[in-house]
Write a protein that binds this ligand. Structure first.
Ligand code: NAD
Length: 450
């Protein structure tokens, strides 16, 4: 039995039973049956099915957002935006089904063409920071391609995906097309990654767990998409609009309490602008409101759990120059205020490891080459920003950074129409956009002799 806790009050909000291992075979068999039915349905019926899911999410969006906020602790506005993106994702992939097609290939002696076939059953293993949105990206693309899905949410944040499952049981989909299993990663998660009836694992979580999953999936040659950790940089040049960058950067590093794989947790500033930027950023951070995530004025909620809070606080080495310009509540809850670490040694763990909490480092750089070297000096490569008014430099630096997505003069990382994923140890494969569909299908080549 797992107790699910609200991280801003520490109240127990649910008690859930883990899925017994003995049931996993039944879950997979149901998923296989559903998949065969789903893949044989007319394209129009599958498009309508995805549209109905989008409608059900929209019709219940406030309830889903409140569940997400009470389970994860994120501000209610952020949860509403997340739920809205979930509905949009199902609409997007409903529209993609009849626009994803193969090629006709010129060959001698006949006609050669490719078709995309579903993989079968896809297991989606999800993290706790965006429990509904990240699962939904995977689920929507997987079922659009004719697969069925089994979702295993993170142990501490299963509530929104369970509610989603309840809602879409009214979407008139084949029984077992979407199922949720609950429990610990190394137990129920491993039962999925090792199961011969599952064809693909879509995993989002830490790099360490990603390595374990890849090893485990190798036993049955499962396809894997891995969306892993990050240590993204915002590279800020002197000619940028520093006031705007400072304000937007607070969201880019402290949004979701810094528990964001794309958090720009390293801010690199051209030396001539360093002092001015530190002043502006400290002042913008001082205006953040840390508190009750259901209050519309709140800009940052608690951290997700006590264990995670301890891990994040362990980065605050006494030797570091740290500023914390705003207060966090002192009552029950996993509270921590935003912390800014000024010019730490470049090899300190606060600069090198993923913190996944409200701690940012600000580091000066000398020139374009130094900025690129510094930004790339990490095992990760997920996201990043470049701030400059010089278009040539924006392109040069964007091309120089070893990372899956870059925003110029923006802090955003995810647009559901565009591919998203990591270089280096930030992952493998891409989610979102039309590109994701390649990861949920097998490519079949057919030759017809003439
Ligand atoms: P985690 O790796 O601890 O857990 C993620 C999921 O994997 C959970 O559901 C967990 O139960 C499951 N799991 C754990 N061990 C397993 C095993 N041996 N076999 C199968 N499943 C197992 O990650 P987390 O702490 O939930 O999430 C935070 C991490 O996720 C951070 O590193 C963050 O950067 C990363 N993340 C990446 C992205 C991205 O898109 N790249 C997005 C969000 C989060």
């Amino acid at each position: 039995m797992s107790l699910i806790v609200n991280p801003s009050t520490l109240a127990v909000i649910a008690e859930l039973r883990d899925t017994p291992l003995a049931l996993v075979d039944d879950v997979v068999e149901r998923a296989q049956r559903a998949q065969r039915t789903w893949a044989r349905l007319p394209q129009r019926s599958r498009i309508d099915g995805l549209r109905r899911i989008a409608e059900l999410v929209r019709a219940n969006s406030e309830e889903l957002a409140r569940i997400e906020t009470s389970n994860v602790g994120k501000p209610i506005g952020a949860s509403r935006a997340e739920v809205s993106m979930v509905a949009d994702t199902f609409d997007y992939y409903a529209g993609a089904i009849d626009k994803f097609f193969g090629q006709t290939i010129p060959v001698d002696g006949g006609m050669d063409f490719t078709v995309h076939e579903p993989i079968g059953v896809v297991a989606v293993i999800a993290p706790w920071n965006f429990p509904l949105a990240i699962a939904a990206w995977n689920v929507a693309a997987a079922i659009a391609c004719g697969n069925s899905v089994i979702v295993k949410p993170a142990e501490i944040t299963p509530l929104s995906i369970c509610k989603f499952g309840e809602l879409i049981s009214n979407a008139d989909l084949p029984d077992g097309l979407f199922q949720v299993v609950l429990g610990k990663g190394p137990i129920v998660g491993t039962a999925l990654t090792e199961h011969p009836g599952i064809g693909k694992i879509s995993f989002t979580g830490s790099t360490e767990t990603g390595q374990t999953i890849m090893r485990s999936a190798a036993g049955t040659m499962k396809r894997v998409t891995l969306e892993l950790g990050g240590k993204s940089a915002a590279v800020i040049f002197e000619d940028a609009d520093l006031e705007r960058v400072a304000v937007e950067s607070t969201g880019a590093v402290f949004g979701n309490s810094g528990q964001d794989c794309c958090a720009r947790s390293r801010i690199l500033v051209e030396r001539g602008a360093y002092d001015e930027f530190v002043k502006l950023f400290t002042s913008a951070t001082g205006s953040m409101v840390v508190g009750d995530p259901l209050d519309a004025a709140t800009t940052m909620g608690p951290l997700v759990s006590g264990n995670h809070l301890d891990k994040v606080e362990s980065f605050l080495d006494i030797e570091l120059d740290v500023v914390a310009p705003t207060e966090a509540p002192t009552g029950p809850g996993h509270w921590m205020s935003p912390h800014i670490v000024l010019n730490p040694p470049r090899d300190h763990r606060v600069v090198r490891e993923e913190i996944f909490g409200p701690i940012v480092t600000i580091i000066p750089f000398d020139d374009e080459a130094d900025a690129i070297t510094l930004a790339n000096d990490t095992i990760f490569g997920l996201s990043g920003s470049v701030w400059t008014r010089d278009v040539g430099r924006a392109i040069r630096v964007s091309r120089g950074l070893e990372t899956g997505s870059i925003s110029v003069n923006s802090s955003t990382s995810v647009r559901l129409q565009a591919p998203f994923g990591g270089f280096k140890q930030s992952g493998m494969g891409r989610e979102l956009g039309m590109t994701a569909l390649d990861g949920y299908t097998e490519l079949k080549n057919i030759f017809i002799s003439t």
